[in-house]
Design a protein around this ligand. Structure first.
Ligand code: HEM
Length: 170
């Protein structure tokens, strides 16, 4: 589908998209949140992969690479959080859907918090050739909460049938 630069109205006229509609992905014709979430997911799991590789694969640049990967993950998480919050704002407070979104959101915040802690701990040792055990433990816990959060995001869309831009009443 082509990108719509202006919002088509039922009268046949057009008007500019609002900032909220742009963040929701309306000009693209599909939600923007699912499009962005792949990046933090890949970067967090990639961090765990590189840390394992530094231990078993003889890859001494891996710990430094994970430092950059985590900075990318935080930038991508910020975009996912922004678009997620905009989509959340369209759902009635107190509804079942809103409760489900809140659980998904909480797990994503816990994941991001764990990786921020992980980042702060590894920063002074980022030039080491091998990951420390504590980094790996935090990676595994963070990837665990991430995966459960992803599952809840998927349930929201494919289980509850939540569609961005359509009001969810229950
Ligand atoms: C404040 C934080 C967040 C809120 C409020 C939020 C909210 C939402 C909402 C409302 C949906 C339903 C679909 C949509 O809106 O497009 C969703 C889906 C999803 N979210 Fe989030 N989200 C947040 C953060 C994140 C983060 C950081 C990630 C990834 C690391 C993520 C991963 C997902 C996934 C995988 C789905 C399912 C998408 C699909 O399969 O179509 N979310 N989220």
């Amino acid at each position: 589908m082509a990108i719509s630069m202006r919002k088509p109205l039922s009268t046949g006229e057009t008007q500019p998209w609002t900032a909220k509609e742009v963040l929701q992905g309306k000009p693209l014709g599909h939600p923007s949140h699912p499009m962005l979430v792949h990046f933090p997911v890949a970067f967090y799991i990639g961090t765990l992969g590189l840390d394992i590789l530094s231990k078993v694969g003889g890859f001494p640049a891996a710990p430094l690479a994970t430092t950059w990967l985590l900075i990318g993950a935080f930038a991508a998480t910020s975009l996912a959080v922004l678009t997620g919050l905009v989509d959340r704002s369209t759902v009635r407070a107190g509804s079942q859907t809103r409760g489900h979104i809140n659980r998904h959101m909480l797990l994503q915040f816990v994941t991001a918090g764990l990786f921020v802690l992980n980042f702060v701990i590894r920063w002074p040792d980022r030039h080491l050739a091998e990951a420390k055990l504590l980094w790996l433990i935090l990676d595994v816990i963070g990837v665990g909460t991430l995966v459960v959060g992803q599952y809840l995001g998927g349930r929201l869309v494919y289980g509850l049938g939540f569609r961005v831009g359509e009001s969810a009443e229950d």
